[in-house]
Write a protein that binds this ligand. Sequence first.
Ligand SMILES: [Zn+2]
Ligand SMILES: [Zn+2]
Ligand SMILES: [Zn+2]
Ligand SMILES: [Zn+2]
Ligand SMILES: [Zn+2]
Ligand SMILES: [Zn+2]
Ligand SMILES: [Zn+2]
Length: 1787
Amino acid sequence: MATAESEREVPSALCTEFLNFSAKDTASKWLQTTDLYKDVYQHLARYVPKIYCLGPNLNPQSEDLLAQLLLQAPLEWYLCGEDPTTGLVKLEKNNQPAQLCGHVFRVGEPTYSCRECAADPTCVLCMQCFLGSVHKEHRYRMTTSGGGGFCDCGDTEAWKKGPYCQKHEPNISDSCQEDPLAHLSTDMVARCYSVFSILLRYAVDMLTWENEDELPPGLEPPDRNDMFYCMLFNDEVHTYEQVIYTLQKAVNCTQKEAVSFATTVDRDGRKSVRFGDFAFCLQAKSVIVRNTSRQSKPLRVQVMHSSVVAHQCFALKALQWLGHVIGYSDALRRILCQVGLENGPEGENTSLVDTLMLSDSKMWKGARNVYHQLLMSSLLMDLKYKKLFAIQFAKNYRRLQTDFMEDDHERVVSVTSLSVQLFTVPTVNYERLQSDYVKDDHDREFSVTDLSVQMFTVPSLARMLIIEENLMTTIIKTFVDHLRHRDVQGRFQFERYTAQQAFKFRRVQSLIGDLKYVLISRPTEWTDQLREKFLEGLDTFLELLKCMQGMDPVVRQVGQHIEMEPEWEAAFTLQMKLTHIISMMQEWCATDERVIIEAYKKCLTALTHCHSGFTDGEQPITLSMCGHSVDTIRYCVSQDKVSIHLPVSRLLAGLHVLLSKMEVAYRFPEQLPLSELSPPMLIEHPLRCLVLCAQVHAGMWRRNGFSLVNQIYYYHNVKCRVEMFDKDLIMLQAGASMMDPNHFLMIVLSRFELYHIFSSADCRKSYNRENTNKDVVQQNNTLIEEMLHLIMMVVGERFEAGIGQVEDCEQIQREIIHQLCIRPMAHSELVKALPENENKETGMERVIDRVALFKKPGVTGRGLYELRPECANQFNLYFHHYSRADQSKAEEAQRKLRRHKGHDTALPPPVLPPFCPLFASLVNILQCDVLLGMLGAVLQWALEPSGGHWSESMLQRVLHLIGMALLEEKQQLENDSEDHDVSFNFTLKMSRPGEAPSNTASVLALLENLQSAPHLEVHKDMIRWILKTVASIKTIREQTASTSTVTASGSHRQEEMVCDKDKAERKRKAEMARLRREKIMAQMSEMQRHFINENKELFQQSLEELDATTSSSLEHSPTSSDTALVCVGPRRTRPGEKRQVVTCILCQEEQEIRVDGKAMVLAAFVQRSTVMSKNRKRPPHDPDRYDPLFMHPDLSFGTHTSSCGHIMHSHCWQRYFEAVQAKEQRRQQRLRVHTSYDVGNGEFLCPLCECLSNTVIPLLPRAKVYSSCEQPGLGQWLNTCGQQIKAMHAAHRKLQPISADAVDQTVDEECPAPEGFRVDYTPLSPYSSTVKEMLTTFGTATYKVGLKVNPNEQDPRVPIMCWGSCAYTIQSIERLLVDEDKPLFGSLPCRQDDCLSSLARFGSACWTAASQSVVQGHFIRLLAALVPDPHVESSRCILDIDMFHLLVSVVLSYGSVHALDSSGLSVDAVQLHLFHLVTVAHMVQILLTSGPGETTMEQDSGGAECEEEEAICRLYNTLKTHLGSSLPEVSSGWHLWQCVKTGILPYLRGAALFFHHLHGAPTPPQLQGPCPGQWEALCGYLGLPSNLLQLYHSQQDLLEPLLQGWCSHSGVRQTLQGVGVLVSFPRESNSLIDLPDDYSALINQASSFTCPKSGGDKSRAPTLCLVCGAMLCSQSYCCQTELEGEDVGACTAHTFVCGAGVGIFLRVRESQVLFLAGKTKGCFYAPPYLDDYGETDQGLRRGNPLHLCRERYRKIQKLWRQHSITEEIGHAQEANQTLVGIDWQHL
Ligand SMILES: [Zn+2]
Ligand SMILES: [Zn+2]
Ligand SMILES: [Zn+2]
Ligand SMILES: [Zn+2]
Ligand SMILES: [Zn+2]
Ligand SMILES: [Zn+2]
Ligand SMILES: [Zn+2]
């Protein structure tokens, strides 16, 4: 619609009106009127439709200007009573602002919450306030805002400490309580009042107006023109795609326009899609409705009169204006609040704000946003009115929530539509689902109900609302009302939930959030009123819990598997959401004795009500065992209904503990209904639930499917267990403490369905004989194990304050110890394993240092906490929160640790804290008859090794229980030294034999027997520990019994003897262990020998590889140390002749490298690169027309070649590649998914190392050495060369079709070729056919990739690209060596050495595969850049040439010219001359570009190089004579010389690398390490004088004319005057951009970044290019562009410009590094930001402050500089196949 927009013009009629209009006059008219309301409305009626909505576009900027002049200006004049420019300033000056920051957060802006001082986690600071606050030094959390909400700086209720930042610190002189209106004149107040009420009424009228065609009375336009809009609204039902498709059909727009419409609808909630007369719009509407009504409810479309839309637009403007004006003065703000909350004529709840709120769900999103903003900046900023508003809000609460439930327009809309834009990475899906599952939903951000957080979390307001508006009850009632599905008993029923219901259910959950806000701060003082209302709320809450008690019951499936998995998530979601609420309720109760007593009573009543008649229809039975009997009911978990949801029981359990903790139970026992408690009733349901878990573990419920498994999982999971599993256990403890332990155990046995096994008199014998069914035996074994474990937990879990005598922090400390007993863990792992409270705190920080040591991470990995060794004795193998897997891991780790320390491997139970009195009787379970009977039975079974009807873990548990009992006794003896009569006497009981009839052995006797049983080796240490403990207890008892010291010493000796025996035993064991180890070692080395024999080839090969590297490194060492080593020119050092033999990795055959042999190739990867670019602004070249012959010194696009160094026969590789291709074809047909490599593009993985490759480089031998030749001087050679070139020109012309102007030239051109130079000679290629083929292969690949064109081996640019790649690769390696601080030679891995040699030698041979004349032509043009040649038009300016590229190309192309020469001209001599020429040119280039300006360098010791200094001055002056004023004056030759020296060094180093690899001359030792005199060594190796200027001055007469030619090129002057790009030398290595130390600075930067395409909209995925620093709007429709015929996201598009297809980004919102390569490849990489615990936070979920880790960032930079990004992606994709499926190009 862009065209339509530009066609529009402001009507001329308006122009005249506009010119005549005076805001002042209008305002003064208003000041005199009697009916202001009418006048203003008339004014609006007249002007609004003339400004707004005259064309198809609804809100362009120009209209805002008009509105300001015609509408707002008069209002401001009226308001101020004078010129507003002065009036408003006065207002602002008189204002005494409240000390609230109130900054409203943008989407994605960072927010900070202090974990030490914030009243609750919803209290946040903006970045500015945070940085100026004390909390900066505290432990804080950083999150990104979802938009909305404001900074709480200055709110004293939000912060326990430091409520003000420096900026908002109040002045002491301020009288805070003063009425802000006092500063205003009464006139002013009156005026404000009337303007505000008229305008607010107008806005409310318009925004809630539902008539599409008519206007409210008083606003009818004087002249009505009938234009209409077809307005499209958003909804939740339709996807982006559907809307886009429909729009294209309905309003005939392009896809792009449709996308833009859909985006706006999504953002603003509505958008006009057509403008015209009524019929025209109606037609569009009907098409849209028809098109979208088929599957679902149609899209909402209205045809609206343009004047209605116009007034709505201005209404929004007016609200914004109000928000703006009240910003000047708190007094104005207060007036607006007053106006807004004033009741209308209709009575209660009819204020304008009420009207707005209650229409909220009917408004479109854009309108809601505007008025919510106004509410926030007015009512919520004024302390007095905030309270009034809160009351009004609470009054409307129920209705608002109900509307919200029914509302279509909401964020869920945008979320579903977003899912098209946002892809989710499959691997993180699960975690994300999990966190969504429990995370607070932000769904409400577009609803007015979302404002609740601003009021309910203010403690004083919340308390007031509870008392005055009964808010707690209201919220819970509203909540219950919306969950209507119940079963016959009135319980919720979530099975068979429909999608619609599920959606609503999600909404309902937001109510729980509100309840949480209300409860989040606990009262410090209770009033009777508060008690009353809280208990009323609790009553309602119990009603809710009663609906959950016993919901979704399950029945064990026998025979058949269940048909359909029942829905279980809804019930658990509810449970999870309520978990914190339940905990908070308990915490509230814990602050007042009267409240807890009442709450306990209420809860007990509720529970009794739930279970009234729980024995109905159940047959009572009597159980008896070991002389005890008890009555219970007949109930089987495995046959009857059982439910996992028991919130009422669990709440009671929680309150019961509080009775003990608060000591209410002891102080006011008469007020408690303790006598009414029926312990068997209390334990019944929790016990059933625990038995259910045991049976599931035993495999009895397999046929009930995964739904049950999941429920059991969550029951124990850290998110739920606090109010599920933990409380069930507590309930058992509470019940058992009030029962006879024998009775308790019999009921437990009965519920576990094990009673029959242990009850029979001869159970010790019969059990193992009776059952022959293996499954049943197995099941029973597991059940017995689980039951024993349960008994341990009932007796042993005493770390909850109130059960045991512990402090609160001991519980968490114990959790941490047990986690760390499994293995060392990272901070986040620990946090995940610990329950969080409603403030998302685990309390870990307070205790972690007491129990653990922190180990910092390296460059990879993360920081870990390790258990302090002294805490290991607190380890309990049967810790109740261990899963079976955790348990076995911990057991293994702890045994290993003990062995390591030379201890025995017994893991006895730890010493436990004593119980609180209310639970004290629980210990008696350990010494009761039934338990001893059970222990005896298991021990007896264990004595018979062959039985198999017992299990080792059963025995282990029995031993553990015995250990617990012994420790209990020992502890009681030690503590109660005064009272000799310790009633707990396990040692006595355990030595008593069994009952008379069966006459069984005592437990002690059984243990002594077991000690010698050969099949129980593992448990020996534990049994020994038990017997030792028994002995020591006996000693204590004897000691206390008799006062004699003799016995004591005797016992001491006895103990000592035990101890000695112990030591000897341990020694024996250690010896045995050593022998075992030795045996194993011997076995291992035998195996190794065997392995080598079997895999001979493999080893052979790796040895040979080793060999190959050593041979090549031998070349580096000098053959004779006294001759100077030189790598180029006639004097170059000849390397020894050596056959080079390599092995093919595919067929394992050896092969000598020969020109006429079978070709051998290296796997290689060619890529385009901008890593060294000095000009990222240069657009990519047009691939078809680009002439790459000269590389620009900005190195903007290069071609890089790398290799993994693996060698193959060319034919072996071809076969391999064909196989890969065929396989890929089959696979694609079958699976239609990508691989990590693109076979179609020639990519494959190296068959040995799986390194990504896309071609191969042939290996070639060194060029033959020509013996003594003619070695001309420079002048002579230039002469010869000139003649040769002339001859070639002539010859080339003959080949070309004769054109008109060419004919003229040939006439005077008659030049004889120099002697021995045959232009018509076609040299024979020395290479074998396979080598030739490979020359073409690599050449074509380099050409194809380097230019991004289709392969064409005939293209004249093929050899150029090859030389370019050789030069670029050498340059980049030279840079790397400098950056890594490594010597020039000897430090490269051999794969790079091999790669460079092959590249250089390939370069010198590639001309043989191309057309002769073409390559000669290249040589001629290259040389012409330095030596003028009249036949070459437009030679390149030397400032536009990268000299190293020139050197490499000219040297390598010379081969094609030399081949024609038979006169014996020395190649070496020519290469040297070429080298010298280019070097001189480079010096000149450096002097021209980099010489002056560098005055910062301090002059070093003068005189040492005065010869050079003088020479350089002379050269510079020569240049000045040619160029005059373009060159600045330079005073010091020293500066010039330093510039040249540093500037030319990279070039010289590159040249040394190049010639070394080309000719293989050994390298001097000075260049292999960090020695002084590098410069001299380098010049020497290159055959250059160390005073480089001699090159020029010694041949001045020859070079001076050339120099003049270079300087006279027009390009030189232009470039020096600033046209084009001036590159100076040395070119610094590029770095990735600097990142801030604090990650939140990045988040802040990203939050103010707006999408560049959709006017000012926030970007959803701001992404930072780490190469150039550009911020991009990634992963979104708005910024997709077309690239080579495909739609790609902003990142992919950016990589093509910035990184030649390769990109490194930081996804700021996700804190994740993104690597991209091409359109199909990408991976995520760990970001360089770590928290204090040495962990990254990918996805920013944890919110710990993040800081830059420089080492990790350097590592990423190194990957980039090494050109390894693509390789890294390849490896990541191979390791994680899901990465392959992602549409990377859409990022
Ligand atoms: Zn702030
Ligand atoms: Zn502040
Ligand atoms: Zn703080
Ligand atoms: Zn081979
Ligand atoms: Zn390889
Ligand atoms: Zn965008
Ligand atoms: Zn970039």
